[in-house]
Write a protein that binds this ligand. Structure first.
Ligand code: MLT
Ligand code: MN
Ligand code: ZN
Length: 379
């Protein structure tokens, strides 16, 4: 890559404009791989296309292209989770995965591997659907590292039907089928349970008619448990049913679909003909949007992820951002970190300091132990 050609988000990080939290992100963890509690890093907070989107100059994208300090660029949808700070599972593999790993020390190779220098803390991927923004990053992971890919039968079939994904070496990449409601462990210390959420098939499998809101293995949410704490991850959801609300209640952290704020915002912006609902995404705002639907659902932290580039809640100070924040939600950024307590101690655990930098401090500047670059970086 020629100098100066780094993606926007990377350039920001390279200049200290983002990612400069006071949290250790080297991933040195418990040293011996022991469980330290659930750690999550939002690798990409945007929906498909990212923010700003390569071909878009809608009012919201224009702010990012012009460097307006009310917005931060975001890459496409993915979350990394770990129980020990050393071994990580990706919840969805974004087309921006290469840049996300380059921006995230915890996910970078730490030691020469046994086979010619290759090594990665990324051990597993769990897919929530077959959408391009959630699976294209598998192609980034093709270069001869052992990996387990967990997916429902529906999502696996959608992905492997494309011969391009045969580049994943079958001797090293093991597909593991997720059965709804049956917990599995993508990594030691992490227990994950998948549940169907109202959704639809991936865009590239849509036929002449599309059923929106079906509850099948095509669109799932994940409950990630570690040491008694629970993070629920639902990056795509067409509706909040009473059963879904009941299931999400009590999560220590809820990361939920924030694709559009207004159902018709893409039409109003003149950038598309589909509503959020037509795309299988419940809008955030409105009488029956997710803010209202989830208002009575208790959760330790509520964070919107998978945010489309047309969504005005991306912009600091807008009425939409204020509505979200006054309801107790935050809008995720790339690099937002969540550390959940080990139940029984009554306190959030700090991110570990690596042995060679003992002066690094745990997160202190933000509520509880969620941190976001915008909250911890002077701009
Ligand atoms: C979505 O979330 O609706 C999809 O990522 C759309 C797409 O495939 O671009
Ligand atoms: Mn998407
Ligand atoms: Zn745009």
């Amino acid at each position: 890559m020629r100098e100066g050609a780094l993606p926007v988000a990377d350039r920001l990080r390279a200049t200290g404009g983002q990612g400069g939290t006071d949290v250790d992100r080297t991933g040195n963890g418990g040293g011996d791989g022991s469980v330290i509690g659930l750690r999550a890093i939002v690798l990409g907070a945007a929906a498909g296309g990212g923010y700003p989107q390569w071909n878009c100059r809608c009012a919201i994208c224009a702010l990012a292209w012009d460097g307006d300090d009310r917005v931060r660029p975001r890459t496409q949808s993915s979350l990394a989770v770990s129980a020990d700070g050393r071994n990580w599972a990706l919840l969805n593999a974004s087309p921006d995965l290469g840049a996300q790993i380059r921006a995230t020390p915890a996910l970078q190779p730490r030691r020469p591997g046994s086979a010619g220098g290759r090594d990665s803390p990324v051990r597993a991927v769990v897919l929530t659907n077959g959408d391009v923004d959630h699976v294209a990053g598998l192609l980034t992971l093709r270069e001869k590292a052992p990996l387990a890919v967990f997916a429902t039968a529906e999502t696996r079939a959608a992905v492997v039907a494309n011969p391009l994904f045969a580049v994943l070496d079958a001797n090293l990449v093991e597909w593991r089928e997720i059965a709804l409601g049956q917990p599995f462990a993508p990594l030691p210390g992490l227990d994950v349970e998948a549940f169907a959420v109202p959704g639809k098939v991936p865009l590239y499998l849509e036929g002449a008619t599309v059923e929106i809101g079906t509850e099948t293995g095509s669109t799932i949410g994940l409950s990630v448990r570690c040491s008694g704490a629970r993070l629920d991850y639902v990056p795509g959801c067409a509706a909040v049913t009473p059963a879904l609300a009941a299931r999400l209640a009590g999560a220590d952290a809820l990361l939920f679909d924030g694709t559009v704020f207004h159902d018709d915002e893409m039409l109003v912006a003149g950038v598309g003909s589909k509503t959020g609902r037509r795309m299988g995404h419940l809008p955030v705002g409105g009488a029956d949007g997710s803010l209202n639907a989830l208002a009575g659902v208790p959760a330790g932290r509520k964070v919107f992820v998978h945010i489309n580039n047309t969504n005005p809640m991306l912009v600091d100070g807008t009425p939409e951002r204020r509505a979200v924040e006054s309801a107790g939600w935050t809008v995720a950024e790339d690099g937002t970190e969540i550390a959940l307590p080990v139940r029984g101690t009554g306190e959030d655990t700090a991110w570990p300091s690596p042995p060679d930098t003992p002066t690094r401090t745990p997160p202190t500047s933000v509520p509880a132990s969620i941190s976001s670059p915008s909250m911890t970086t002077a701009r």
